[in-house]
Design a protein around this ligand. Structure first.
Ligand SMILES: *[C@@H]1O[C@H](CO)[C@@H](O)[C@H](O)[C@H]1NC(C)=O
Ligand SMILES: *[C@@H]1O[C@H](CO)[C@@H](O)[C@H](O)[C@H]1NC(C)=O
Ligand SMILES: *[C@@H]1O[C@H](CO)[C@@H](O)[C@H](O)[C@H]1NC(C)=O
Ligand SMILES: *[C@@H]1O[C@H](CO)[C@@H](O)[C@H](O)[C@H]1NC(C)=O
Length: 249
């Protein structure tokens, strides 16, 4: 009887003890689950990283798989697939890109022409990049700068989206272009750059424009805006109807 009682009390204790143990068990299960979770996560991360590595390795393969652009055979040397270092061209990686350079003399309408080009969402003309002397100090800095532009890594206000279909710059003949012309022509030929040469036939008008520009630089007519560079039809209208600059020449 005493034994029974004892066992009864034991049973009581035993039945009480399991009330605590589920908590412990739960903790164990929880810890186990957490460890499992962390393990699974680490495997996932490993897989993701190997996948992205594989992705990088696959890029040339994807590039090769680009469908042939529907162009004339003579155009092929002028169509490129640049791979910018600073960003991904994403879904436009297969979009062909054409390279151009606007060669001109000052006051030949190149600013206006460039504005028209840049009005297109997929055309980037980056302006007079070589007006900065360091960039044209020698042929290696020139080539380096051109490479950056044509690889779509030149980020200026004119740079467009990753779907850019034509990229180029405006280059004045006196900005190192004549000095290094043989190397530059070779670069243009080997890289398949199209040249747009702007020439103002009326040289007298060009000379007048040069002088008007010199005058306008200091006078800042029209509320301090630089009048001799027009960027909209409205501004051409203003210029045509205000002959002061001509008179002052
Ligand atoms: C630029 O393009 C817009 C449409 O995208 C057009 O409304 C505008 O007239 C264009 N500007 C010039 C100067 O051609
Ligand atoms: C710019 O390029 C994108 C992608 O190729 C194209 O869908 C879009 O029509 C282009 N924009 C213009 C104005 O041609
Ligand atoms: C070219 O010019 C840059 C900058 O002025 C200079 O750092 C570099 O050494 C020059 N390279 C040569 C080959 O003269
Ligand atoms: C000149 O500036 C004033 C004030 O900034 C402005 O109200 C006016 O429209 C401007 N005129 C022209 C021709 O831009």
């Amino acid at each position: 009887m005493a034994d029974d009682l004892c066992s009864f009390t034991k049973d009581v204790f035993i039945t009480k003890a399991p009330k605590k143990s589920p908590l412990v068990l739960r903790m164990i299960v929880l810890v186990f689950a957490m460890v499992c979770g962390v393990y699974i996560c680490s495997i996932c991360v490993k897989q993701i990283s190997t996948r992205s590595k594989a992705g990088f390795l696959n890029i040339p393969v994807i590039q090769k798989a680009c469908p042939e652009p529907n162009i004339e055979p003579w155009e092929i040397p002028y169509v490129h697939h640049p791979k910018p270092k600073t960003y991904s061209r994403a879904e436009c990686a297969c979009n062909p890109v054409r390279y151009f350079a606007i060669l001109s003399m000052q006051r030949s309408g190149s600013g206006w022409f460039e504005t028209l080009l840049n009005n297109h969402t997929n055309v980037s003309s980056n302006g007079e990049i070589f007006s900065v002397k360091v960039r044209r100090s020698n042929i290696s800095t020139i080539v380096e700068t051109l490479d950056k532009i044509y690889n779509l890594d030149w980020l200026s206000s004119a740079s467009k989206n990753e779907c850019t279909a034509a990229v180029g710059l405006k280059w004045m003949l006196n900005q190192g272009l004549m000095q290094h012309h043989t190397e530059i022509v070779e670069y243009f030929n080997t890289r398949g750059v199209s040249i747009i040469f702007l020439f103002r036939r009326n040289l007298l008008r060009r000379m007048i424009s040069v002088l008007a520009n010199l005058y306008d630089r200091d006078a800042k007519l029209l509320n301090g805006t630089h009048k001799s560079h027009v960027h909209s039809p409205h501004e051409t209208y203003l210029q045509n109807t205000s002959p002061q600059s001509m008179q002052h020449c």
